[in-house]
Ligand binder design. Structure first.
Ligand code: UD1
Length: 342
């Protein structure tokens, strides 16, 4: 019998790619998603790639009764990967309570049920945002957690604390928190990818939408940073590489290879790219000229961050292998498919 994994937020961007890789590895998946930031058609994309349609339950994880009924129905869950959360930084500043309620209550509800129903393992979707602007680069897992820049970032920090405190008193439970750097790109099949609602906040969806003619021009936020070309530097990681790390984290806990019941890992490429690097690389691999202008810095942005990935490399045996060229091309191919561009 296949091991059954619950993927919350499984119709979202990283959740859908992870569902595909879990099923490719022989896991069975059930998704919970309230479709607040995704669509049911994502399941068709997953099925086209995998040849299998994951089980799907549509409800809100903050709904305790429904979640309880879910755990009663799926009695043989082996692990949870918890993606479902709000993730827009600006929106979190305007609606802090909405962010704290949604992102934290859903996690606490899951943890209560894990304990009650004997589901031992959870992988948590965390972020490099917990490091703020690190004092040393590349940033290792030993770097101090800095005061959060936004309620969104704070939900990731508090969630890690909730998990760590809970693991201290529940030795039967296990957590792996994965701190993502900047996930970009799409599945090479173009069956799934990122589906931002409205005007994208993130760089790469804005770039692809500009190239597709949906946006007039990209605004590059700042060229006066203390970086080689003056624009801000991030560690952009291919979403399929990221998805594969989740499968390894699940394997690790199911095979009981984790020495501690609370672990956390950086997931990045180890290489920093500037905003202008992204623009130039996108133009090179797609042959499209991108209309862009330099504007002032975006409030709340940090100057530069990239990952030291040696812990994930050595302990998880995981390394990002997809190049920035192929990743940006995959993002463009996905955008073209969405917009019907040849
Ligand atoms: C942001 C969040 C981070 C979150 C992540 C989720 C902030 C400060 N950080 O990361 O907490 O985990 O999204 O995906 O919002 N840029 C432009 N023009 C644009 C858009 C972006 O120049 O139109 C620049 C930004 O200034 C930044 C880089 O591109 O230097 C990447 O931006 P983005 O994709 O929004 O990611 P982060 O800000 O790194």
């Amino acid at each position: 019998m296949k091991d059954l994994i619950l993927v919350t937020g499984g119709t979202g961007y990283i959740g859908s790619h992870t569902t595909v890789e879990l099923m490719a590895k022989g896991y069975e998946v059930v998704i919970i998603d309230n479709l607040s930031n995704s669509t049911i058609e994502v399941l068709d994309g997953i099925e086209k790639i995998s040849g299998i349609r994951p089980a799907f339950e549509q409800f809100d994880l903050c709904d305790k009764e429904k979640l309880n009924a879910f755990f009663s129905k799926y009695k043989n869950l082996k692990a949870i990967i918890h993606f479902a959360a709000y993730k827009a930084v600006g929106e979190s500043v305007d609606k802090p309570l909405m962010y704290y309620q949604n992102n934290l209550i859903s996690l606490m509800n899951l943890l209560e049920n894990m304990d009650d129903f004997g589901v031992p393992n959870i992988v948590f979707s965390s972020s490099c945002t917990v490091y703020g602007q690190p004092d040393e680069l590349p940033v290792t897992e030993k770097a101090p957690i800095k005061p959060a820049e936004s309620p969104y970032g704070n939900t990731k920090q508090i969630a890690e604390e909730i998990l760590s405190d809970t693991m201290k008193v529940k030795p039967n439970l296990n957590t792996i928190a994965l701190r993502y750097f900047n996930p970009i790109g799409a599945h090479p099949s173009t069956e799934i990818g990122e589906l931002p609602r409205g005007i994208p906040n993130n760089l790469v969806p804005f770039v692809t939408q500009t190239a597709a003619g949906l946006r007039e021009g990209l605004k590059v936020f700042g060229d006066d940073y203390n970086t080689p070309d003056g624009s801000a530097v991030r560690d952009y990681i291919n979403v399929v590489d990221l998805a594969l790390a989740h499968v390894i984290a699940i394997d690790r806990m199911l095979e009981k290879k984790n020495p501690a019941n609370f672990e956390f890992f950086n997931l990045g490429t180890g290489t920093g790219s500037s905003v202008l690097d992204i623009v130039k690389t996108f133009e090179k691999v797609t042959g499209k000229k991108l209309n862009y202008e330099i504007v002032k810095r975006r409030a709340g942005d940090i100057e530069q961050v990239w990952a030291d990935t040696s812990v994930a490399n050595e302990i998880l045996g995981w390394k990002a292998s997809r190049s920035l060229d192929e990743t940006l091309l995959s993002a463009w191919n996905w955008e073209k498919k969405l917009r019907g561009i040849n």
